[in-house]
Ligand binder design. Sequence first.
Ligand SMILES: Nc1ncnc2c1ncn2[C@@H]1O[C@H](COP(=O)(O)OP(=O)(O)O)[C@@H](O)[C@H]1O
Ligand SMILES: [Mg+2]
Length: 256
Amino acid sequence: MNAPLMALRGVSRSFGNNLALDNVTIEAYPGEVHCLLGDNGAGKSTLIKTMSGVFNPTGGHIEFGGNRVSFRSPRDAQDLGIGTVHQDVGTIPLISVSRNFFLGKEPTKGWGPFMRIDQEKANRVALEQIRAMGIRRVNDAEQLVGTMSGGERQALAIARAIYFGAKLLILDEPTAALGVKESKVVIDLIKNARAKGIALVFITHNATHALQVGDRFTVLIQGRVASQFLRGEKSREEVLNLMAGGEDFDADEHGD
Ligand SMILES: Nc1ncnc2c1ncn2[C@@H]1O[C@H](COP(=O)(O)OP(=O)(O)O)[C@@H](O)[C@H]1O
Ligand SMILES: [Mg+2]
């Protein structure tokens, strides 16, 4: 049986006396997309920041690869293969595509006092990787990120995470600012990452996008899991109703 790559078990997180996450259990499986749905303030960003080492839980625990883990920093999570694409990704418009791709992890050449960035290699790799994501309009790694569209920036960030070995890819509202055509590009990237066996957590407000690609779904309301279900278990209307804070009529049947 397929085992979860990562799980939060009964995780809570409070800020002062504001309980942003209340006893949340959520699992991410290799080769599956887990959609995280919920209104503004529901706790979605707090949840993914807990998964990516930005916040520590104030209750419950985290498992990765079946082992209990705790993160001292986002770096610890990255080292395990947790790649996070935040909503404001790549919005530093005045740096180059290549610089944005590597963000300080550029390949180097030489050693000791002669070590320096191998710019030629950095440019070549960055361009190869984003072209492999289907972004063909970008043909110069030295061009500024500001010349890319929102969808292309998402693609760049996803390409970067995969290049640096993400086993779990967390995407915070990657389609929120995009038009229909660009959203489709991002949805296709999510499908490609899933086909590579990567576990994905996909945060969105958009039920259509979620239903297009989700294998598992969690609806958060005020920091609590209001509903959890698998692809095909609920209709589009039921999902919309849950997202709007309506009741989960099936919840009792699942016995959890
Ligand atoms: N760093 C923080 N300090 C204090 N309160 C926070 C912090 N981050 C989030 N919160 C609070 O936690 C709750 C959930 O926020 P958030 O996770 O950003 O929700 P969402 O991403 O679903 O919109 C909100 O009440 C928010 O004000
Ligand atoms: Mg948020």
